[in-house]
Design a protein around this ligand. Structure first.
Ligand SMILES: NC(=O)c1ccc[n+]([C@@H]2O[C@H](COP(=O)([O-])OP(=O)(O)OC[C@H]3O[C@@H](n4cnc5c(N)ncnc54)[C@H](O)[C@@H]3O)[C@@H](O)[C@H]2O)c1
Length: 383
């Protein structure tokens, strides 16, 4: 039986733990949050002496594991992945792999020097809809790619929860949004187009979610607000119970109590126009590749729409993809049946299975660190 360790047992780890194959054991868990650590340990049967509140202690002694899965906040990835490599454990690392080009290159050099592989959780490479797009492009049906226009509309729920009120809302703490959100998108476009960026131009800013655009009469907290607002935390968390899976519910308390406390005093009860966020909510990035292809990307955090829209212009036709519909040269393919399946339409499970298979056989995964360098480089340049 293979064994893996999880560094960080929050939201992403929960997804990956839930799809570990039956013959793979979560042997060690590491997280400084005692509630998350004890709840994950109980759920997955990990004994107390295999649970650690800090990664340094875990890495300080040899552990009987075949691989390490790192799902911690972005700024910790480089240091923890380097520690895992030095201990000799193959790594599955959440995106972004590093917070700067220097960190990325250091990590890559360490992996290449030691021969210890690192793979990055770029789930779009496993996403059935994205894989079909790649298959069509590679079939030659639309000819040679000339340009790709791609829009990532984050949607009001995710934007408010994650990038305005939440843990990815501050450049100094979590980095620029183009790195934290669009590393998936840039990697996807390069995966289709190939090539290396000759020029990257980027314009963006925080255009909407600041006090200057607060509607008249908006209160500082949604509980006190008389307005009907698409960003209402009361509607999101109390009424729709969306995004509450990430709230810690310590033993002896209920989710309802935690939601009410969050609405009253927590970060997630704040009005989206009265937070301390500074990451962009709109950004346009244009990339000229050395193979002649032009990529135009639009990060949209302000529209009420959600989803990705991709238009690939080829010498022999056009492919338009806006989940769940893919349209190519006038014919359509409908992915409705799988689009809303849990775990990123099954992509998370495929990613974990790929990593586990790489541990068993030694073959590379679909997203080795070296193949993600150019996408990271573009994100660092665009900022
Ligand atoms: N691949 C994807 O589609 C995708 C989606 C969302 C998030 N992510 C990435 O996954 C990572 C985790 O995001 P999340 O949503 O699970 O966040 P999260 O906050 O739910 O989980 C992070 C966990 O790491 C723990 N942690 C903090 N410091 C630690 C330390 N020093 N050592 C060990 N654990 C520590 C936290 O207590 C928390 O439990 C981030 O890098 C994020 O960018 C990827």
């Amino acid at each position: 039986m293979l064994s893996v360790a999880f560094i960080g047992v929050g939201n992403r780890a929960g997804k990956y733990l839930s799809c570990l194959p039956a013959d793979v054991k979560a042997a060690f868990l590491v997280d400084p949050d005692p509630v998350r650590l004890s709840q994950a340990a109980a759920k997955y049967g990990v004994p107390a002496d295999a649970c650690f509140s800090d990664a340094e202690t875990f890495f300080s002694a040899p552990r009987n594991v075949d691989g390490v899965i790192i799902t911690t906040p972005d700024r910790l990835h480089h240091e923890q992945a380097v520690a895992a490599i030095r201990a000799g454990y193959p790594v599955l690392l959440e995106k972004p792999a590093a917070a700067s080009q220097e960190e990325f290159d250091d990590l890559l050099a360490e992996s290449e020097r030691t021969g210890v592989p690192v793979s990055v959780c770029l789930v779009m490479r496993y996403y059935p809809f994205a894989r079909r797009i790649k298959e069509i492009v590679e079939s030659g049906e639309i000819g040679r790619i000339l340009s790709i226009d791609h829009t990532e509309s984050i949607g009001p729920d995710r934007m408010g929860h994650t990038f305005v009120r939440g843990l990815w809302s501050r450049k100094d703490l979590s980095g620029p949004i183009f790195l934290s959100k669009c590393s998936h998108d840039v990697d996807f476009l390069l995966w289709l187009a190939g090539g290396r960026a000759l020029d990257v131009s980027s314009e963006g800013g925080l255009t909407e979610f600041h006090a200057g655009h607060a509607p008249a009469g908006a209160a500082k907290r949604c509980l006190d607000c008389p307005l009907d607002c698409p960003y209402s935390a009361v509607k999101l968390y109390r009424d729709r119970r969306a995004w509450v899976a990430g709230f810690n519910v310590p033993e002896g308390r209920t989710l309802e109590e935690v939601i009410e406390e969050e609405l009253q005093t927590g970060r997630y009860g704040r009005c989206v126009y009265h937070c301390d966020n500074d990451v962009n909510d709109l950004q346009d990035v244009q990339i000229r590749l050395d193979n002649g292809i032009l990529l135009r990307m639009h990060l949209d955090g302000v529209s009420l729409e959600e989803g990705r829209r991709t238009v690939i212009q080829g010498t022999d036709g056009i492919l338009r993809a806006q989940g769940p519909i893919l349209e190519v040269n006038g014919r359509t393919e409908d992915f409705s049946a799988i689009m809303d399946l849990p775990l990123h339409a099954g992509a998370d499970r495929l990613l974990i299975e790929d990593f586990i298979e790489s541990l068993r056989t030694g073959r590379p995964t679909a997203a080795p660190l070296s193949t993600t360098r150019e996408a990271h480089r573009i994100c660092f340049l665009a900022r």
